[in-house]
Design a protein around this ligand. Structure first.
Ligand code: TYD
Ligand code: MG
Length: 451
């Protein structure tokens, strides 16, 4: 029996159904809440569907556990070691950040491993893709490209050509005949992704969906997909800077504490094995007041980053507090701790803090390095360039322990630093022959030691 479909607009707020799209839901009066949905109309007699019997764990086939490796170390690691057959990965990021570049490079790496790939492009013409491939010096022996946006046509191409991996760039350009709304709307995205994911599981191929998010991060697309896919990789960075971070925010088959670091170059993305080299501007060469190296962590990777502060007397009115790469409120809090616990008045100073390389740091262990850089700039006393610091600073000025202590110490030692200022409580059980560990229990403690 043929299934018949009808579309309707359902309010995501109250669940009311409307035959036509309208800006405001007539039932609950909320604005912009209607989403197009496909409704199955069953007519006539329905045949009883074949249902599989429940199985014991030992009887379930584990053929899907065989993962594809690309050989691109940073990419494989973020995926949890490899790409599982039948699984779907969403690659999300702002437009222009380099998603298509990354996925094409990854496709080429898989292709070199003998994996067959179908690359469905909805955004760019085949000519444009070829141009990019030439720029990236990609051979793409086992990759077939097709320019399609119609979901039904894409599904039929997938069925006719067996591939191990299918890439859809981007999911926002795909639309189904079953829907009246234009591509990129929530209903279209959910339907297209849903049917592609279903096909991937049925036909045993791995699926990559590329999705755009905007600066606000909440554009309809990728957010509604997150719960449908097996893994979500966010590709982020700053278009002003060259580094790019690949961060899994969800992974059913691996850790979300991984981080892949790349650098965008004229010849494409390059893997960065040693991320610290990107974020330490010219450490060790010049001693400048206000510059302190922080032993920071991104996911479970340790990265050394230079934190810079500039403190100058406020010219007029309210002193300015400007933070780049760290939270503005955190900076205000740290300045309050400095005033109240150490007795350094900051009310008549402008304070600017930034993180070298444009990296954004969200972890508490950078509190101590930030405070040290502020005091260094205020007193105009440069810190020894072979010193690195890490530690969370509490409201009463105490230095609290940080996570991943050993990784931070060993990264600092590896890069040739000689001293690490560290929370006292973290030092238990850590020894190093290469770097001197200096434990501090309060901010005052640390400042007395260094200034
Ligand atoms: P792209 O992969 O098209 O971004 P997205 O798919 O996320 O929209 O990459 C866009 C930017 O990357 C573009 O501004 C140019 C830059 N780029 C390089 O710097 N080097 C390269 O080799 C390539 C292919 C792109
Ligand atoms: Mg693109």
């Amino acid at each position: 029996m043929e299934k018949k479909f009808k579309t309707a607009f359902v309010c995501t707020q109250c669940g009311a159904m409307h035959p036509k799209w309208q800006g405001q839901c007539r039932d609950c009066s909320e604005w912009n809440t209607l989403v197009e949905e496909r409704i199955i109309q069953a007519s006539g007699r329905t045949k009883r569907r074949e249902i599989e019997n429940p199985q014991k764990l030992a009887d379930i086939s584990d053929h899907f556990l065989i993962g594809h490796k690309s050989g691109l170390g940073e990419f494989d690691r973020v995926l949890g070691g490899g790409l599982l057959t039948g699984s779907t990965v969403l690659l999300a990021g702002e437009p222009g950040i380099g998603k298509s570049t990354l996925i094409l490079q990854a496709a080429d790496a898989y292709s070199k491993m003998g994996v067959n790939i179908l690359y469905v492009t909805g955004e760019e013409s085949l000519g444009q893709l070829k141009k990019r491939a030439q720029r990236l010096s990609i051979a793409g022996t086992n990759i077939s490209f097709i320019n399609l946006t119609n979901l039904e046509q894409i599904l039929s191409v997938i069925k006719d050509n067996h591939n191990h991996i299918v890439i859809v760039d981007s999911i926002q350009t795909v639309s189904s005949d079953a829907f009246a709304s234009p591509p990129g709307t929530v209903g279209q995205i959910r339907e297209s992704a849903g049917r592609l994911i279903e096909q991937a599981k049925k036909n045993d191929f791995s699926l990559f969906l590329v999705g755009h998010v905007t600066k606000e991060g909440l554009v309809a697309g990728p957010k509604v997909l997150e719960h449908m896919v097996d893994a979500v990789l966010y590709f982020e960075g700053d278009s002003q800077h060259l580094y790019r971070l690949l961060r899994p925010t969800k992974n059913r088959y691996g850790s979300t504490f991984e981080l892949g670091v790349f650098e965008m170059s004229p010849g494409g993305l390059k893997e960065i094995d040693n991320p610290s080299s990107l974020f330490l501007s010219d450490f060790g060469k010049i001693r400048r007041s206000g510059a302190v190296v922080a032993a920071s962590c991104e996911g479970n990777r340790s990265i050394l980053v230079e934190v810079q502060a500039l403190v100058s007397s406020a010219s007029y009115g309210t002193p300015q507090r400007v933070a780049g790469g760290i939270d503005n409120k955190r900076l205000a809090l740290l300045l309050a701790i400095l005033e109240k616990r150490i007795g350094i008045p900051m009310g008549s100073n402008d304070v600017f803090v930034s993180v070298a390389g444009g990296l954004r740091l969200d972890e508490p262990a950078i509190d101590l390095p930030i405070l040290l850089s502020i005091v260094s700039s205020l007193k105009d006393i440069p810190l020894d360039s072979k010193i690195v610091a890490a530690g969370e600073v509490g409201l009463s000025g105490e230095v609290r322990p940080v996570g991943m202590a050993e990784q931070r110490v060993s990264e600092a030692a590896k890069l040739g630093f000689k001293k690490i200022i560290f929370p006292e409580q973290n030092l238990k059980g850590i020894t190093s022959k290469k770097i001197e560990l200096i434990g501090v229990s309060t901010l005052e403690n640390a400042l007395n030691l260094l200034f």
